[in-house]
Each structure stands twice: as structure tokens, then as C-alpha cells.
Design a protein around this ligand. Structure first.
Ligand SMILES: *Cc1c(COP(=O)(O)O)cnc(C)c1O
Ligand SMILES: [Zn+2]
Length: 415
């Protein structure tokens, strides 16, 4: 396993905590899979499904050979993340109009979002390098996840949060896990820059999405989906796009599965952004040469409120490799789709519901055919943003699927 710069192809050992090349390019992990026997490994993955307590019971570490084969088991910090439900909700099938719909509820992860899939690997990597202090700049879920794993590892976490638009629930969850929460006046991008320039002198292991080990962990989401569906994927996979780490990991995971012969056909991928924070979508549809950052991103889906997604080049490569598409959906569409996900009994936070809203829009515009099959990845838990829930159901936010609280005297004849 080594790190390779995606821009200048310079190689470096995977035993560093520098995640950008001198040229400014992002690094990615490159494995040597040449000795892998795919059939035998498939069998090993299946056998591990019955385990309960070793690291291999985790929905991430089950696939250790494809993620971080060199790591000694004693460094693994796991909460048996992954292992999330795959559902076929009729209500959402009707709402989107597609005939065969799956949803993968990454919201069922231990800290409540798919960030756990990547964070278990980043923190374990940091520990193997001797770190006990971990840091990130975050819109909320990354920090909750980091704080949880750092605590579990007996270490410390330092979380830099921007003052604007982040969910109270996520900051509270992060604080409650014992993190040092440092609030600053600026954007997520300023926080990233600060860590890039100062982490080394502060002795901090940086766990932002530019950390290629997080991408390795997040690949497990598509591995797990493929394994559950007996190595046959639906026609389309739909993911929300903020910093684009999820989309990047999906692309890398699909590439692994395809080149190793676990699957014989690549699905197409749709990335859904929020209209108020959609620089990647704009770049793709306007065929721009480079991403033009959105200077003041604005969406109710706080996890998508990112104007300058660092992983755009990796995500673009994935869109090209899978003949994928992008789309942007409005906040009203996101909140209505969220209400439908919640009322289907699954539940998710606003950013996740962008996938359902996006799928519906792609079917309406005939980009996706009703007869095809699709899978939406739901990224975060429904209680991650209770302010938004309150505003939708009991406050002023417009929408179509509000529920109200009914008053009663508890006299059965009055109902
Ligand atoms: C982080 C996050 C996203 C966005 O994922 P990216 O990898 O940043 O594109 C979407 N939904 C939720 C719930 C998240 O926590
Ligand atoms: Zn480089």
C-alpha cells in the first residue's frame, strides 16, 4: 500500500500524515492486489458475516484485505460500524416512480452517519503511526464520528467548527463525546487551510476527507451493498455530494470490485447536490475545465453546505468512468423527500434525502428509466438536525407532508 499524488503521480509511503502532495494535488491509496484470489476472498468475506466480536465483525474491517491489509489488528479502533440495513420501501418506490428501489441506511452507523465507515480506518491508521491526538474541520458529522473514535481509542480530539450554519445536534454530540470544540469565525474551507498549515507543529493527526485513509474505509459501503445483493448491483447508485468524499469512495470501491471480478458490470452513478451549494453539478453541466467554488453556499442540508469540495477531481473521474450524471435539487424538494423517508419508517437527515429528491427528478426528466433499478445511499440519521424537523412540521418551512400534534381531552368520544 502506498500514497500516490493524483496530479503528478509522485509516490510516497502510506506511513505519513501529509495528505497533499508538494504540487498541491490530493493523494490516494494504491494497493497491490496482484496476489488476491477473488473467489477465495469472496468466501472469506461470507464466512466473516457470522462473527460477532473480532474486528472482522465490522462492516468495514470485514474487507480489510481491500482496505488496509498491512495494519496490525491491535491498532484497529472499531464500533462494528457498517452492517447497516438495505431496504426496499414501497412508499419511496411510489414517491420516486421507479419500479425497483433499494435504500442503504448508512444512518444506522454508531455515530449516526456514513462518516464512521471512513473514520474507523483513519483513526486506526493514526494510531499505527503513534498519534493519540486527532483533528478535523467539519460541518458536524465528521466531528461527531471523530470524537467518538478518538474517545474509544483513549485519545483526544480537536474539532474546528465554523460559526455559520451547522446543526446544533451535531456540535452537542461532538462535545458530549469529550472533544475539544474550537469555534471560529470563517468557513469550513478556512478550517481546512488552518489544519493543513499547523497540524504538524501541533502534533495532530488530521481526519478530514482529504485523508485518503477515510476514502479507503468509505469504499466498504459499496462492498457491503454488493455482498448483500450477491455481487449484482442495481443499474444506478445515487449519492449526495458535499465535499464529494462519498462519491469518490464509491467510485474507488466500484473500480476495485470490477477489476477484481467481484462484479461484471459497473452501475451508473448519480451525484445529487443542493441548488444552493452545487459547484460540482455546475462544472459538469457547463463542461468547465475546473471547479469554480461557490463563495457563499446556502442550503438547509447542512452536510451539503460546502462551496469548494476538495475531492472534485476524484469525483469527476468517477462520473466519467461510470457514465454518471449530476443533478441539483431545491431545499423544498429535499425536505419533502426527507418527510417521505421518515414516514417510510427509515428516517434520515436532510442531506441524505437529496438522493430521493434527485432520483425522483431524474425519473421525471427521463434520465433514469422507471424500468431500471436504483439504490439511494442515505448518509445520516433523522435526529441529526432536530431544528430543521421542528421548522418543517411545527414551524414556518413550506412543504407537502407536514404532520401536526393533535390536542385531546383524552375522552374517546372526542376523537
Ligand atoms: C458528509 C455528509 C454528506 C456529504 O458527503 P461528502 O462526502 O462530503 O460529499 C452527506 N450527508 C451526510 C449526512 C453527511 O454527513
Ligand atoms: Zn503531486
Amino acid at each position: 500500500m502506498k500514497f500516490v499524488c493524483i496530479d503528478c503521480q509522485k509516490e510516497m509511503p502510506a506511513s505519513t500524515n501529509t495528505f497533499t502532495c508538494k504540487c498541491g494535488g490530493l493523494l490516494e491509496v494504491v494497493h497491490d492486489f496482484s496476489r488476491i484470489d477473488s473467489e477465495q476472498l469472496k468466501h472469506v468475506f461470507t464466512q466473516r458475516l457470522s462473527l460477532r466480536t473480532t474486528p472482522f465483525a465490522s462492516g468495514v474491517w470485514r474487507y480489510k484485505e481491500l482496505i488496509f491489509p498491512e495494519l496490525e489488528d491491535r491498532f484497529i479502533t472499531t464500533k462494528y460500524e457498517g452492517n447497516t440495513g438495505l431496504y426496499t420501501p414501497v412508499k419511496l418506490q411510489e414517491y420516486t416512480g421507479i419500479q425497483q428501489l433499494y435504500v442503504k441506511a448508512q444512518s444506522e452507523n454508531p455515530s449516526g452517519s456514513f462518516k464512521d465507515n471512513g473514520m474507523t480506518v483513519a483513526v486506526s491508521h493514526g494510531r499505527s503511526l503513534g498519534f493519540s491526538r486527532f483533528a478535523c474541520s467539519s460541518t458536524g458529522n465528521t466531528s461527531s464520528s471523530l470524537a467518538m473514535y478518538a474517545a474509544l481509542a483513549g485519545g483526544e480530539s480537536y474539532v474546528y467548527v465554523p460559526q455559520n450554519r451547522i446543526s446544533q445536534n451535531k456540535v452537542l454530540q461532538t462535545l458530549a463525546y469529550g472533544a475539544n470544540v474550537i469555534r471560529f469565525d470563517g468557513t469550513y474551507d478556512d478550517g481546512i487551510r488552518f489544519l493543513r498549515d499547523h497540524a504538524e507543529e501541533l502534533g495532530l493527526y488530521v481526519c478530514n476527507s482529504v485523508n485518503p485513509m477515510r476514502i479507503e474505509g468509505q469504499k466498504s459501503i459499496i462492498y457491503e451493498i454488493a455482498q448483500t445483493l450477491e455481487w449484482k448491483l442495481p443499474d444506478w447508485i445515487v449519492v449526495p455530494g458535499g465535499a464529494l468524499s462519498n462519491a469518490t469512495a464509491l467510485g474507488k470501491g466500484l473500480h476495485d470490485l470490477y477489476t477484481l471480478g467481484f462484479i461484471d458490470k459497473l452501475p451508473r452513478v448519480a451525484i445529487v447536490q443542493a441548488v444552493g451549494a452545487s459547484p460540482f453539478h455546475r462544472m459538469v453541466v457547463q463542461k468547465l475545465d475546473a471547479l469554480e467554488p461557490e463563495l457563499s453556499p446556502q442550503t438547509v442540508a447542512s452536510a451539503l453546505n460546502i462551496g469548494n469540495p476538495p475531492s472534485w477531481k476524484k469525483a469527476l473521474r468517477m462520473i466519467e468512468a461510470t457514465n454518471g450524471v449530476t443533478i441539483a435539487v431545491s431545499d423544498v424538494e429535499i425536505l419533502d423527500a426527507k418527510a417521505m423517508v421518515d414516514q417510510s419508517g427509515i428516517g434520515c437527515e436532510p442531506a441524505s434525502a437529496a438522493t430521493i429528491a434527485g432520483l425522483r427528478a431524474l425519473i421525471e426528466s427521463n434520465v433514469i428509466d422507471k424500468e431500471e433499478s436504483a439504490l439511494c445511499i442515505l448518509t445520516g440519521n433523522m435526529l441529526k438536525d432536530t431544528d430543521t424537523l421542528y421548522q418543517y412540521h411545527l414551524g414556518e418551512t413550506p412543504g407537502r407532508f407536514q404532520r401536526t400534534i393533535q390536542n385531546s381531552t383524552l375522552n374517546p368520544s372526542s376523537t
